[in-house]
Write a protein that binds this ligand. Structure first.
Ligand SMILES: Cc1cc2nc3c(=O)[nH]c(=O)nc-3n(C[C@H](O)[C@H](O)[C@H](O)COP(=O)(O)OP(=O)(O)OC[C@H]3O[C@@H](n4cnc5c(N)ncnc54)[C@H](O)[C@@H]3O)c2cc1C
Length: 435
């Protein structure tokens, strides 16, 4: 009997050159696939409005679910390798919160992470550079009550997201993967039995494949309405803001950990090499439904060049309030920009990685649910396992397209999205502090 490895490898076409798509291409190469093509709608890659194209992303293993802790710790091992050319910065992740944080510290401890429990505000403040204490630029964390839990996980930090995606893309291209920009895929091409056997792009070009992987991120449900994926891959707009520091200011904050407060969803990074501090809220976010459609569709700088980057004014205000708890002096500075970035949400927060029911030629690799970037080095191996029908059965059931959805995992304070009100978007005048 011949094993899968001795059979010719199938031709695979991957739609989307983001975290899921490129990581899949990489892992297929590692398994000896020679016919791998990645198509992306963007003229220039990485796509400026893809979720994965961002200045930085948190790399953490603090999850309330032990399986994600295990997978994240595997990914962190990979991030430390030379291949990533120091895109990953292991500054530690300071986790603040209550029940979810308590579960995640237990999971981190079980998996051998280098963590320390922090039971009072003095020990939380001790995680920051001394200069910030001395200059009064560190918050008091007074909002933490006695029942709150905090811990620092030294095995975590942040990754330069856009650079990491570019590195991976160049890596797979050098090894023979065709990565083709300017190829918006519009249709699945089916055989006489209704099975997917390729895709058709807006310019009429067709790409045949034994397996088509849909990794379109937040565009997945709206690009293929006939697949009825709205309830599994909901596009939700999430709000980011940035603050530009001077090089001198940035030095003061540089050695700080990433801070995540699971009670509010607020998180803030140390400054990047360009001295930019990014802050955001991991929450339910906003849907955006185009007139005549019922499917939430990403609204970005590409679809709306005039105001696709702006976030709701109320979220901008909330970001400032939360920032004041951590870095009061930064909260006095103007924001340098905002961006609405689009999650692809499943109702339970689990990814969707599996074959589309009734269509063995079609694999979905999506629903990052706001936490998939950190798995860039590894997530594609799960997709490759699906293609080779050898994904661990427990994971296969968990990530299946047609699974029974569990209640949300408690990582986010709210999971019910509101429809985006365009009249509520901020503009340049809102970036300046008014107090
Ligand atoms: C604000 C924000 C903060 C986040 N923070 C973190 C974090 O700190 N840590 C973390 O681990 N994760 C984080 N995430 C989640 C993470 O970014 C995503 O889970 C991950 O990047 C999703 O990757 P993707 O490949 O699914 O989608 P994307 O990166 O969006 O890629 C999809 C690609 O598909 C292409 N495409 C779309 N339509 C078509 C079409 N019709 N034809 C061809 N190509 C098409 C797009 O151009 C794009 O390049 C965050 C996400 C956001 C939005």
């Amino acid at each position: 009997m011949s094993s899968f490895t001795s059979l010719p490898k199938p031709a695979v076409v991957i739609i989307g050159a983001g975290t899921f798509g490129l990581s899949t291409a990489y892992h297929l190469l590692e398994r000896g696939y020679t016919q791998v093509t990645v198509l992306d709608r963007a003229e220039h890659l990485p796509a400026v409005d893809a979720a994965s194209t961002d200045m930085n992303k948190v790399v953490r293993s603090c999850y309330g679910d032990p399986e994600y802790t295990r997978l994240a710790r595997q990914a962190i091992e990979e991030w430390r390798k030379d291949m990533w050319q120091n895109c990953y910065h292991e500054c530690g992740v300071l986790n603040l919160g209550d029940a979810y944080t308590e579960q995640s510290i237990n999971n981190d401890l079980k998996h051998g992470a280098n963590v320390e429990r922090l039971s009072n505000t003095a020990s939380i403040r001790a995680q920051f550079p001394l200069d910030l204490h001395d200059s009064g630029k560190l918050g008091t964390f007074a909002s933490l009550d006695i029942a709150s839990t905090g811990y620092i996980n030294h095995d975590g930090g942040w990754a330069e997201a856009e650079r990491a995606v570019s590195l991976l893309m160049e890596h797979v291209k050098k090894r023979g993967v065709k990565v083709l920009p300017g190829k918006p895929v519009q249709e699945l091409v089916k055989d006489e039995h209704g099975q997917t056997k390729g895709v058709r792009c807006a310019d009429g070009s067709e790409y045949e494949a034994d397996v088509v992987v849909l990794a379109l991120g937040s565009w997945t449900a709206s690009a293929f309405p006939s697949l009825k994926l709205t309830g599994k891959c909901l596009a939700t707009g999430q709000s980011i803001a940035t603050i530009q520091l001077t090089p001198e200011e940035a030095e003061e904050y540089r050695k700080s950990p990433v801070v995540i407060d699971f009670r509010t969803g607020f998180y803030v990074f140390p400054p990047t090499h360009r001295n930019v501090v990014k802050l955001a809220i991991h929450a339910a976010g906003y849907t955006y439904t185009i007139p005549g459609s019922t499917i939430s569709t990403p609204r970005t700088i590409v679809s709306h060049p005039d105001n696709g980057l702006w976030i709701p004014r109320s979220v901008l205000r909330e970001l400032k309030v939360q920032l004041r708890n951590v870095y009061p002096a930064l909260a006095e500075k103007p924001f340098s920009g905002t961006r609405m970035c689009w999650y692809t949400d499943s109702p339970d927060g689990d990814w969707v990685i599996g074959r589309y029911p009734g269509d063995p030629g079609l694999v979905l690799a999506t629903s990052g649910s706001g936490h998939a970037f950190k798995f860039l080095p590894t997530i594609g191996s799960l997709v490759a396992d699906v293609i080779e029908d050898k994904l661990d059965p427990k994971l296969a059931a968990r990530f299946a397209v047609d699974r029974q959805v569990k209640p949300p995992n408690g990582e986010r304070v709210s999971v019910v999205s509101q429809e985006l009100n365009i009249d509520e978007l901020c503009g340049p005048e809102d970036l300046i502090p008014t107090f």
